[in-house]
Design a protein around this ligand. Structure first.
Ligand code: GDD
Ligand code: MG
Length: 349
């Protein structure tokens, strides 16, 4: 059976002032009336063969996860991490949980903060990836890159595998520098979308080879796991023994078992406000607006308010985000620089 495992650990700094550490971006309704966490659950819960949706998150997020799954009439098991140790320990613990129930179980590991415009195409790709996972591969979804971004993993596709539905991963490089990313674009590399499919047992075997502390911690922290109303708290001492590392560095750069499934779905990791504008429904002038907002003589703007009334007149290509206690105004092309602003705010205290 298939076990979607949704990793819910990010903070989404570049989406300030809407995204805060106590209310991170995956739970915000940014491009529709559902959060990206809810969209993720809805995208996978009815795929044929899905047994149980599993969410791995921190204690502070359990309330959001429970409320937002209930709101869409869905159900998920929540595994609570005692501390954030990056994606490898989190997904390894989920894999150990899945393997204990279903030794042949396939994990469909999903990021909680992505927008995928055509869920049907994703579902097809997930079934293709699941078939390859059942043959022992660790399958990534390769997305056609558009710019030499340095925040992604890059995949060099190799020879066709199985019936040609997936390809070998000839190389996987996480977050290359700018010059390397530019070269990769010319050389036909793909972006790693950050979603994966693998048998729980396959992944745990690779952790034993490459990061034994993560494999051991995963098994130990689910050993005495008690679920109460679908919530299970991973053992603190056991979890703390795992190396703090992402799945990409721990396994994807090193494994010989990686395969890539083509991902023809329109994909965005909703990294910054320009990406929110791109993913949003826009009017004939290219404007996207949410909340108590009026726009006149403006084009290609994103305006969002959860608090004060916002009037916008005669401007183009900007972002306005108003929260009850803070307002951001920036040029759309400067969306990435919001991180600098937030770092400055943190320094001010
Ligand atoms: N539960 C839990 N605990 N989840 C975590 C933790 C953690 O400690 N750390 C990260 N995650 C979750 C995030 O919430 C997100 O859903 C996913 O794991 C990926 O983590 P990011 O921190 O967003 O990784 P990234 O964006 O730098 O890179 C990854 O995604 C890219 C695509 O968006 C990599 O897989 C790249 O290769 C990929 O291109
Ligand atoms: Mg990310």
């Amino acid at each position: 059976a298939i076990y979607p495992v949704i990793l819910c650990g990010g903070s989404g700094t570049r989406l300030w002032p809407a995204s805060r550490s106590d209310h991170p971006k995956q739970f915000l309704k940014l491009v529709s009336d559902r959060s990206s966490f809810q969209e993720t659950v809805l995208r996978v819960k009815d795929i044929p063969g899905v047994a149980e949706v599993v969410v791995v998150t921190g204690e502070a997020m359990v309330g959001f996860v429970s409320e937002q799954t209930a709101e869409i009439g869905a159900w998920a098991t929540i595994l609570v991490e005692p501390e954030a140790r990056d994606s490898a320990p989190a997904v390894a613990a989920a894999a150990a949980y899945v393997e204990a129930q279903d030794p042949a179980g396939v994990v469909l590991m999903l990021a909680a903060d992505h927008h995928i415009a055509q869920p049907e195409i994703f579902q097809q790709a997930a079934l293709t990836a699941t078939k390859a996972a059942e043959q022992g591969y660790i399958v990534t979804f390769g997305v056609q890159p558009t710019v030499p971004a340095t925040g992604f993993g890059y995949i060099r596709p190799g020879a066709p595998l199985l019936d040609g539905s997936v390809r070998e991963v000839a190389a996987f490089v996480e977050k290359p520098d700018q010059a390397t990313a530019e070269r990769y674009l010319l050389e036909g590399y793909l972006w790693n979308s950050g979603n994966f499919a693998f048998q729980a047992a396959t992944l745990l075997g690779e952790f034993e080879t490459f990061e034994p502390s993560v494999a051991a911690a995963a098994k130990a922290c689910v050993a005495g796991l008690q679920l109460e109303a679908g919530i299970g708290r991973l053992d603190r001492e056991a979890f703390a023994q795992a190396k703090k590392i992402s799945l990409d560095y721990a396994i994807m750069e090193r494994t010989q078992k990686a395969a890539v499934a083509p991902a023809a779905f329109a994909w965005s990791d909703l990294g910054a406000w320009d990406a929110i504008w791109e993913a949003s429904t826009r009017d004939g002038d290219g404007n996207a607006q949410t909340g108590d907002v009026d726009l006149h003589g403006s084009s290609n703007v994103l305006v969002r308010s959860t608090g004060p009334y916002v009037g916008v007149i005669g401007v183009n290509d900007i972002v306005v985000v108003a929260e009850p206690d803070a307002v951001l105004v920036c040029h759309r092309k400067d969306s990435q620089a919001v991180k600098t602003l937030v770092d400055g705010l943190k320094a001010k205290g």
